[in-house]
Design a protein around this ligand. Sequence first.
Ligand code: HEC
Ligand code: HEC
Ligand code: HEC
Ligand code: HEC
Length: 223
Amino acid sequence: METPPRPTPPAPAGRTNLWLGGVTLLFVALAAMFAKNLWGHVEPQKPLPLVDKKFLDTTPWRKTYADLVKAKEDLSDYDCYGCHEKGKPPPIRFDDKHKIIIPKEHSNIVMGHGSHDRNDHCWNCHNEQTLVTLQARAGQDVKFDNIPALCGSCHGPTYRDWEAGAHGRISGYWDRKRGAAERLSCANCHNPHAPRIGGREPAPGPHPLRDPHPAPATAQPAH
Ligand code: HEC
Ligand code: HEC
Ligand code: HEC
Ligand code: HEC
C-alpha cells in the first residue's frame, strides 16, 4: 500500500508573527546595548587643554618712550622739567655703602645695572645739562627715542650683534625688497635701570593630538 505524501501544513500565521516580534525585540535590545557601549569600554578621549595663551603673546615685555609716544600714553615721567629746574642738575646721593639713593619721586626706578651695580650712576646715561635727553659714553647727546645708540656706546659687541640680527628679535621681512626688517629697541626687552633678564617659566612643547601620557599597553622595553 502506498501512503499518499502528506503536505506540510502551513505554519500558523500567529507563530510567525511571534517569531518576528521576538527577533525584532532582540535586535532593539542589542542596538541599545551597542549604543550604551556595554562591551567596548573604550575610554572617551579626554579634551586636552590648549596651550596657555600667555605663551602665544608676541608683544615685547616693555614699552619704551617711543612706544608711549606712538600710543599717546601718559608721558608725565618724562616731563623732567615739570619738577626739575633747568640748568640745575639734581644732586646724586649715595649711602655709606656707596649705593645710590633713589628719591621717593623716582621710587618706580630700581637701579641694578651690572654686577656690583657698576653702572648705577644716573649721569652715565642721562644728560645732566639737558635732562630731557640721554648721553652716550663719549658725551654725545642721544634722544630718548634712540636708546640703542646709548646702550651701544658701552656694549659695542652686543650692539653689533643686534644690528646683524644675532641679538634681540628681528621681525618684518628677510627679503628686503618686500619690506623692511624691524628691530626691537634694547629697552623693549631690557629695563635700562636694571637690564638683567631673570629666569622664565619654560613654554610647553608642541600641542599633542593625543594624550601624551596614556597608560602603557604593554611593558616598555628596557633602555
Ligand atoms: C614728579 C616730579 C619729577 C619728575 C617728573 C622727574 N623728577 Fe627727577 N627728581 C625729582 C625729585 C623731587 C628729586 C630729588 C631732588 C633732590 O634731591 O634735590 C629727583 C631726583 C633726580 C635725580 C637724582 C637721583 C638720585 O638718585 O640722586 C636725577 C638724576 C633725576 N631726578 C633725573 C630725572 C630725569 C632725567 C627726569 C625726566 C626723564 C626726571 N628726573 C623727572 C622729581 C622729579
Ligand atoms: C656707560 C656705559 C653703559 C651704558 C650706556 C649701558 N651699559 Fe649696560 N652695562 C655696563 C656695565 C659696566 C655693565 C656691567 C658689566 C659687568 O658687570 O661685567 C653692564 C651690564 C649690562 C647687562 C648685563 C646684566 C647686568 O646687569 O650685569 C645688560 C643686559 C646691559 N648692561 C644692558 C644695557 C642696555 C640695554 C643699555 C641701554 C639702555 C645699557 N646696558 C647701557 C655699562 C653700560
Ligand atoms: C644705563 C643707562 C641709564 C642709567 C644708569 C639711568 N637711566 Fe634713567 N633711563 C634710561 C633710559 C634709556 C630711559 C628711557 C627708558 C625707556 O624708554 O624705556 C630712562 C628713563 C628714565 C626716567 C623716565 C621713565 C621712568 O622710569 O620714570 C627717569 C625719571 C629716569 N630714567 C631717571 C633716572 C635716575 C634718577 C637714574 C639714577 C638713579 C637713572 N635714570 C639711571 C637710562 C638710564
Ligand atoms: C628681543 C629682546 C632683546 C633685545 C631687543 C635686546 N636684548 Fe639684550 N638680551 C636679551 C636676552 C634674553 C638676554 C639674555 C638674558 C640675560 O643674560 O640676562 C640678553 C643679554 C644681553 C646682555 C648680556 C649678555 C651678553 O653678553 O650679551 C647685554 C649686554 C645685552 N643683552 C645688551 C643689549 C643691547 C645693547 C641691546 C640693543 C642694542 C639689546 N640687548 C637688545 C634680550 C634682548
